[in-house]
Design a protein. Structure first.
Length: 122
């Protein structure tokens, strides 16, 4: 049971570290695309509601035993997808970065993120 709590906390922490800047970035992109603050906020709430609805659906129609059995198959695909999308975005930014110090900062934070995952895994 302890491993599920540890895994849950690690997932929560990683999700928050990923989603908060991601949602702020999406909000800014919506503003730059011509939406006003209210329209951008409503758009963000609609997409968040979709995610919450999916999570509730998955939790409602799955038992704890099924979730425990499914995790070994779902986690590698999900983690791989997140890593692919994030690394593709980061590597393009690092490649196009004109300031060497900013490139070094991005690489260091990428490595810090990997270290945090490693620490929580232990």
């Amino acid at each position: 049971m302890f491993i599920f709590k540890k895994f849950g906390l690690m997932t929560l922490f990683a999700t928050l570290l990923h989603e908060i800047p991601h949602e702020i970035g999406d909000f800014v992109l919506l503003l730059k695309s011509g939406l006003n603050y209210k329209q951008a906020a409503i758009s963000q709430l609609i997409t968040a509601f979709g995610g919450i609805t999916g999570a509730i659906f998955a939790l409602t129609f799955s038992s704890a035993q099924d979730a425990g059995n499914s995790i070994e198959f779902i986690l590698p695909f999900t983690a791989g997808g997140f890593l692919y999308v994030s690394l593709v975005g980061i590597l393009i930014e690092i490649k196009n970065e004109k300031n060497f110090r900013d490139s070094i900062k991005q690489i260091l934070f990428l490595e810090l993120g990997i270290l945090v995952i490693y620490i929580f895994q232990q």
